[in-house]
Ligand binder design. Structure first.
Ligand code: C2O
Ligand code: CU
Length: 481
């Protein structure tokens, strides 16, 4: 009977579609609680594996994240308490917001320390329902102070507190932010700035978009910083948003003197825009013109620096390219003698992530949480090739380390050593970077367009022999992204 045969074929076709789909759905489910150490599969990058059970198990003679802390004793030189709240608050420019504050404001307080000082920050969670942490973005602190919920600590619940202690060894411009449900908490304002060894009269400019309103230091529109004509200023620009910002000084030539907390070598004066990746920082230096003022342009917001009238000129269309900016200097490591070579290939494909159908990011062809765990040993020189064919740009951020850019799309870097902690990798771009594995721990390596990280564009760099007692999920509800 033809009708039956037709129905059987239809049923067969349906099953042939549904069974694999059900399988894909079921295998995409992320367990409710799991250890970062159990995530995905170990990638040794051509280096040795210890042969011990270092991945996904307890390590007998290894170290725990909790052992890798800053100094536990000693009187801090800089002691700050930051109280986190979920609340309605008012921006410095007057608009009312619903989000998150530290000590009643967003951005939270600027923390300043001199090089070598002991910094102690006590985070108190007064009312952030999902819990909170503080991550010291770009400061290569010991792993136990890194502030990643479920990896280096438990999220601080309402009514709880957590003390971070670290030495301010890394001079430069940084910021701090919650690394618990970070895609919501950072956007909502749970962040602040931290400068190590800056001068008191440096200008700080933290760019953040609250509910569609771009701000600098919490102010929309145009704001002024009074600086005498003829004075040289250092402007520390911090991009706390999820996407790249074209910024730069208008009204005089400027130099790009530091990026991600690292001084550049042989910077030359430019009139151009600087592409500042999400999470990244840039220090610009210029002399306030005798008549007029400098203008820091950040798209819909600006800061006038000086006492005269600032130029209304838009940012030039030219862009500073650090691949060839400044002059060469020794890197302090030899990438040709790398102990490990990794690939971090970013792609995108349809499928399920934790049971939800969609177009999801992939790392080396794998969807979260089945992603590579990059395994290193202390002292390794590591080369990583990051390539992107996902259709979108990704500001890639490695915790706990600074890496130097070796090449872009096969073209070798010829300018200043270009050290980064956050690197914009555009669609169809390939970067080779190198770093020294000198900070043992389990370190996130993720996209700083934070919604992308929560959609699976995140993995870890892990040192052999280091384990974490913390769990993602679990009774603390740890959810780093
Ligand atoms: Cu600024 Cu993992 O973050
Ligand atoms: Cu991304």
């Amino acid at each position: 009977m033809r009708k039956w045969k037709g129905r059987l074929i239809a049923l067969g076709v349906t099953l042939a579609v549904l069974v694999p789909l059900a399988y894909l759905w079921a295998t995409s489910l992320v367990p409710n609680d799991y250890s970062a150490m159990d995530m995905g599969y170990a990638d040794y990058g051509g280096g040795p594996s210890s042969g011990h059970q270092h991945h996904g198990g307890q390590h007998q003679n290894g170290k725990g994240v909790a052992d890798l802390t800053g100094p536990r004793t000693g009187k801090p030189d800089v002691a700050v308490t930051l109280v986190a709240k979920k609340q309605k608050f008012t921006l410095a420019s007057g608009e009312s917001m619903d989000g998150f504050t530290l000590n009643g404001s967003s951005p939270g307080p600027l923390i300043r320390a001199k090089q070598g000082q002991l910094v102690e920050v006590t985070l108190v969670n007064e009312s952030v329902p999902d819990g909170a942490t503080l991550h010291w973005h770009g400061i290569d602190v010991p792993n136990g102070e890194d502030g990643v919920a479920g990896v280096t600590q438990d999220a601080v619940p309402v009514g709880g507190k957590h003390v971070y202690r670290f030495l301010a060894d890394d001079v430069g411009t940084y910021w701090y932010h919650s690394h618990q449900v970070s895609s919501e908490e950072v956007r909502g304002g749970l962040f602040g700035t931290i400068v190590i060894d800056g001068a008191d009269d440096d200008v700080i400019a933290a760019i953040h978009t609250y509910d569609g309103k771009r701000t600098i230091n919490g102010r929309t529109g145009s704001q002024r910083v009074e600086v005498a004509a003829g004075k040289k200023v250092r402007v520390r620009v911090i991009n706390t948003d999820n996407t790249i910002v074209r910024t730069g000084l208008v009204g005089a030539q400027y130099k790009v003197i530091a990026v991600d907390g690292r001084e550049l070598h042989g910077p030359t004066p430019v009139t151009a825009a600087f592409p500042l990746a999400a999470g990244a920082r840039v220090d610009l230096e210029a002399v306030v013109p005798a008549s007029g003022a400098l203008r820091l342009d950040a798209g819909t917001v600006s800061m006038e620096i000086g006492s005269g009238t600032a130029s209304a000129e838009p940012l030039p269309s030219a862009t500073v390219d650090l691949l060839s900016y400044g002059t060469r200097a020794p890197l302090g490591l030899d990438p040709a003698k790398a102990d490990r070579r990794f690939e971090y290939r970013i792609g995108r494909r349809p499928g399920f992530l934790d049971g939800v159908p969609g177009l999801w990011w992939t790392i080396n062809g794998h969807k979260f949480p089945d992603v590579p765990m990059y395994m290193v040993a202390e002292g390794d020189v590591v080369v990583m090739k990051i390539s992107n064919s996902s259709g979108q740009a990704h500001p890639m951020h490695l915790h706990g380390h600074h890496a130097v850019v070796l090449s872009r799309n096969g073209v070798a870097a010829t300018g200043t050593p270009w050290w980064i902690d956050t690197l914009e990798v555009g669609d169809k771009e390939t970067y080779e970077i190198a770093f020294l594995a000198d900070n043992p721990g389990i370190w996130m390596d993720h996209c700083h367009n934070l919604p992308h990280a929560s959609e699976g564009l995140m993995t870890h760099l892990a040192y052999e022999g280091v384990s974490t007692p913390y769990q993602i999920g679990g009774k603390h509800g740890n959810e780093p992204e």
